[in-house]
Design a protein around this ligand. Structure first.
Ligand code: HEC
Ligand code: HEC
Ligand code: HEC
Ligand code: HEC
Ligand code: HEC
Ligand code: HEC
Length: 365
């Protein structure tokens, strides 16, 4: 009996150890982390740039890619020691099967949506757009994301707190299945990036003057940052709209950002009222609200009213300011030279009057 118990204990320990190593090296059949777990694995490359080859396994284990093998993405590395790696193609198939369709998983559908959007590589007539290097690729907008549990930033609220996981555990008892899928699902129930991060992502290009000039785009980031929405976001709000809330049709794939000239776009004039009136924003607002302009610049051709208003207020400010400045200046002159007069006789009379008033008995009291 004791023997059996001991075997039991050993197998539990062994099982634990195996599942533990399995967890740490989840994506690691060729034992890539044998070398890449070392923090110092880095060098200065040919262009003088510092490159870090260290993979933080704890972070990797908290990312949506944790079940991927290193070689799912780094497909060209098939032996150790390995040659210099090629760039990763985010649209290739990995070894995972997407359960709803039982097909090998890949991000091809996202690449397709992206190519249909304003950020696609082709114009509507099928010809390539100029300056292809400016158009965003997956890695221009994404780094390796981490799961962002519901309770982490927003504080816990009943029903959607991390404790909800105990519900899953009443049925899914084995291993980390419940934890894994709980994070998988809950981190998608809200934005996985904060609005501030989204603005930063878009500003990488839309805030870059050279890119804007090449593609004849307005400085939408500066104009957006002047609005109330952006100021609230700067203060940490997650309830006012960032770029995506206005530029993606409610419920649509976030990668389908279209120009306001496209009839299906969220910013097409006829659709604007619907875009403002989503459940999380101005649900009961009148359609007039949509006349609010986010990207006002002071260009005479595009926004003549704003241009002339600005001119008017600048003029008004100048008039008011210079009028009072002149007044103050004249007052100062009079105080410094109380008896000054252009006319010599009047000046003498003023002096005499002042001397007289200094001698009055009331003054001496
Ligand atoms: C024997 C140790 C070792 C193992 C095992 C190893 N690597 Fe590396 N890896 C290195 C070293 C050293 C570098 C830095 C090479 C350099 O200086 O360019 C590197 C660099 C890399 C780079 C960046 C290189 C580049 O050319 O841009 C990638 C990507 C990479 N490794 C992926 C992997 C993957 C995936 C695995 C597992 C399949 C793996 N490595 C296993 C030692 C190792
Ligand atoms: C989901 C896909 C994916 C997985 C899984 C993945 N990587 Fe990468 N890795 C990338 C991408 C994308 C880059 C950025 C460079 C590029 O575009 O090729 C990168 C870059 C690297 C670099 C080079 C960093 C640099 O500065 O050049 C190393 C080293 C590396 N990965 C090692 C690993 C190791 C080790 C694993 C397994 C623990 C792993 N990767 C798993 C996608 C992946
Ligand atoms: C113009 C910038 C941009 C480009 C280019 C882009 N994405 Fe995205 N992607 C985003 C944003 C923004 C989100 C939404 C993130 C959020 O809600 O916080 C997102 C969401 C995602 C998601 C869903 C993640 C989740 O956890 O909900 C996946 C998967 C994804 N992108 C993959 C890709 C792939 C693959 C490509 C390349 C074919 C790509 N993206 C290109 C900006 C971009
Ligand atoms: C009352 C028991 C019960 C609870 C509670 C429960 N599940 Fe399940 N779950 C099941 C059963 C049974 C299945 C398989 C049958 C089915 O697909 O409907 C399943 C299937 C799944 C699957 C699909 C697995 C696959 O590969 O097809 C996922 C993912 C999942 N559950 C996650 C969760 C998460 C996350 C929670 C908590 C938020 C949860 N479950 C709560 C009983 C439960
Ligand atoms: C890597 C650079 C890059 C990033 C990042 C980027 N864009 Fe763009 N975007 C462009 C370029 C370049 C164009 C012009 C495409 C063209 O010439 O047709 C463009 C076009 C657009 C347009 C249509 C403009 C028009 O007049 O047709 C919108 C809307 C837009 N982007 C919104 C966004 C939003 C929102 C984000 C953040 C989620 C974002 N972009 C991130 C480079 C970028
Ligand atoms: C409150 C809603 C709202 C927000 C937030 C917003 N936009 Fe816009 N955006 C619009 C509307 C409406 C238009 C079309 C009319 C116009 O130009 O004012 C537009 C126009 C644009 C255009 C010009 C191309 C086109 O489609 O006509 C670009 C590029 C753009 N926005 C990018 C961004 C970026 C990047 C951000 C975040 C920094 C952002 N927008 C935030 C509503 C918004």
């Amino acid at each position: 009996m004791a023997f059996l118990q001991r075997i039991g204990v050993i197998s539990v320990v062994l099982f634990g150890a195996l599942t533990f190593t399995h967890q740490v090296n989840a994506g690691d059949e060729l034992n890539c982390t044998m070398c890449h777990k070392h923090r110092g694995l880095s060098r200065i490359d040919e262009n003088g740039k510092f490159r870090l080859f260290y993979i933080n396994q704890e972070l990797f284990a908290n990312s949506p890619h944790r079940r991927n093998r290193c070689s799912d993405c780094h497909t060209d590395i098939d032996r150790i020691p390995h040659k210099p790696a090629k760039k990763v193609d985010c649209t290739q198939e990995c070894h995972l099967t997407e359960p709803s369709g039982k097909k090998k998983f890949s991000h091809k559908t996202i690449a397709k949506t992206l190519s249909d959007s304003a950020h696609g590589r082709y114009k509507w007539d099928g010809t390539l757009k100029p300056h292809q290097q400016d158009l965003p690729d997956c890695k221009d907008c994404h780094d390796q994301p981490l799961y962002r549990p519901l309770s982490f930033y927003k504080g816990e609220s009943p029903g959607v707190s991390k404790r909800g996981i105990s519900r899953c555990k009443s049925c899914h008892t084995i291993g980390d299945f419940a934890e894994s899928f709980y994070e998988h699902i809950t981190s998608r129930l809200h934005k996985s990036r904060t609005p501030r991060e989204i603005v930063r992502v878009c500003a990488k290009c839309h805030g870059d003057e050279e890119i804007r000039e090449r593609h004849e785009l307005d400085d939408v980031v500066t104009s957006y940052k002047e609005t109330f929405h952006a100021k609230m976001i700067e203060l940490g709000s997650e309830r006012t709209p960032d770029c995506l809330d206005c530029h993606v049709v409610y419920g649509e794939n976030v990668h389908l950002i279209e120009s306001s000239e496209v009839a299906t776009s969220a910013t097409y004039p006829n659709n604007l009222a619907t875009t403002c009136r989503t459940a999380e924003c101005h649900e009961k607002a009148s359609p007039q609200l949509a006349s609010f302009q986010t990207h006002v610049t002071y260009s005479r051709e595009k926004y003549p009213m704003q241009f002339y208003m600005l001119l008017f207020f600048k003029g008004l400010l100048a008039v008011v300011m210079y009028f009072f400045l002149a007044l103050i200046f004249l007052e100062l002159l009079r105080r410094l030279f109380p008896c000054f007069c252009w006319n010599k006789e009047e000046r003498c009379a003023a002096r005499a009057h002042q001397a007289l008033s200094h001698d009055t008995p009331e003054d001496k009291l």
